[in-house]
Design a protein around this ligand. Structure first.
Ligand SMILES: Cc1cc2nc3c(=O)[nH]c(=O)nc-3n(C[C@H](O)[C@H](O)[C@H](O)COP(=O)(O)OP(=O)(O)OC[C@H]3O[C@@H](n4cnc5c(N)ncnc54)[C@H](O)[C@@H]3O)c2cc1C
Length: 391
């Protein structure tokens, strides 16, 4: 016999877990289904910055102390430009609530809070795309860890299952438009068991962009811009450390163990609309921003709040669906605003370094844009507001 609930949430990433917690503390029934094990989800390393808007959101929902870890973001962005250190002071106080908080710390805390408050979260639950899209009452089917097929009837499905999940695939292709942009270069992303030289530092260098970000006291994430056709075999550990030292213009404090490397082509993607019948897409299931912007996780958190408020409104206001009807357009306005910021910032930092991708003219435009952030209060203020997530 099927179980029943109000919202089935597919995926226990930041979007699904945040939504689950908001619904749970509002007294609305939900079940979170996650394909992977708890251990896997809690160790998956990705983003590292919770922006000020998202931090304030958790405070308003009474969850800040329980879910946000890490250290406050500093009001300075550190650049190494052609080997010279140039700190960029962020010109507004808006960012001061943000945190350097590794994504897996946020995920771990959201899981702990959801379970300890009595939430229903099922790991090793692989959802299939059948019967989750459309106007009929959804019936979400999944295979559990023992290989049995189970089903849950619900009013709404929240597709929080990332870029490669099943939710978006359940929407007929003629009802969904994909907008995308390829930047023409990739990042080699590197995780290493070494303390970072700096909490955060970005290098703009004729050989390309490089970034380093602390991930706790004993681990760091590094990024190296590289061509799309770069082969992993050329990136030996020694070559990675050499390249980082060249682009940063200083020795790395320690050349420690590299635990993972991945080539990530930089792209922006938006799917529109973000809903179909009773299925709603949240987070990476609906949009991807280039990691340079540090907005992927923060956009997912924004979607979770908009959808939670829409469901709560529906449940408490006599099934008034106004906010649910507006969910897609509300989120897409925000998403396109941040896609515009992410595209501008991504192209700026890459063109300001290696001129060979888009030529000397774009290189000089990028340098002019960058200098404006150091010299113009109004340009700096607008930039700072985007970093804080408050535009
Ligand atoms: C290498 C890397 C580095 C990144 N760095 C940054 C950064 O520095 N800053 C930033 O802001 N963002 C960064 N991002 C992006 C950020 O991590 C994502 O935007 C964020 O994870 C989106 O959250 P989400 O909840 O939408 O999706 P996810 O975190 O991907 O969660 C989706 C969940 O759904 C589950 N799932 C999938 N299919 C099914 C199914 N059939 N049934 C049940 N469950 C399913 C998955 O297992 C997963 O747990 C990075 C991403 C990557 C890959």
């Amino acid at each position: 016999m099927d179980e029943n609930t109000t919202v089935v949430i597919v995926g226990a990433g930041v979007a699904g877990l945040t939504l689950g917690n908001f619904l749970l503390c509002s007294g609305i029934d939900c079940v979170i289904l996650e394909k992977r094990s708890r251990e896997y989800v809690e160790q998956r390393q990705r983003a590292g910055v919770i922006d000020a808007r998202a931090a304030r959101m958790f405070r308003e929902w009474g969850l800040e102390d329980r879910v946000i870890g890490g250290v406050p973001v500093t009001p300075v962005m550190n650049f190494r430009i052609d080997g010279e250190t140039r700190p960029l002071e962020l010109g507004s106080d808006d960012h001061s609530d943000g945190r350097f908080c590794p994504q897996q710390v946020l995920v771990r805390n959201l899981i702990d809070v959801f379970i300890s408050d009595g939430g229903d979260l099922r790991f090793d639950a692989d959802v299939s795309s059948e019967n989750i899209a459309g106007d009929d009452r959804p019936r979400v089917c999944y295979r559990d860890g023992a290989g049995s097929t189970r089903a849950i009837g619900c009013e709404f499905v929240a597709g929080c299952d990332g870029d490669r999940g099943v939710s978006r695939a359940a929407i007929p292709s003629e009802s969904l438009t994909r907008y995308s942009h390829e930047y023409g270069y990739a990042w080699l992303t590197v995780l290493a068991e070494v303390p970072a030289n700096h909490q955060s530092m970005m290098a703009l260098h004729p050989r390309g962009f490089a970034g380093q970000f602390a991930r706790g006291p004993h681990a760091s994430r590094f990024y190296l811009q590289c061509p799309l056709d770069s082969s992993m075999s050329q990136w030996t550990d020694e070559h990675i450390w050499d390249e980082l030292e060249t682009r940063f213009g200083e020795p790395m404090a320690t050349r420690g163990r590299i635990t993972s490397t991945q080539l990530v082509p930089l792209r922006s993607v938006v799917y529109s609309p973000m809903s179909y019948g009773r299925l709603y897409l949240l987070g990476d299931a609906a949009h991807i921003v280039p990691p340079m912007s540090a907005k992927g996780m923060n956009l997912a958190l924004h979607d979770a709040e908009v959808f939670a408020n829409a469901v709560i409104h529906y449940q408490t206001k006599n099934h008034d669906s106004t906010l649910l009807d507006d969910y897609s357009s509300t989120c897409l306005r925000h998403v396109w605003n941040y896609q515009a910021f992410a595209a501008w910032w991504t192209e700026l930092v890459h063109n300001a370094g290696d001129a060979s991708y888009e030529g000397e003219f774009r290189h000089r435009l990028a340098r002019a844009d960058l200098e404006r952030l150091f010299e113009s209060d109004s340009a700096n203020r607008l930039f700072s507001e985007f970093i804080a997530g408050l535009n």
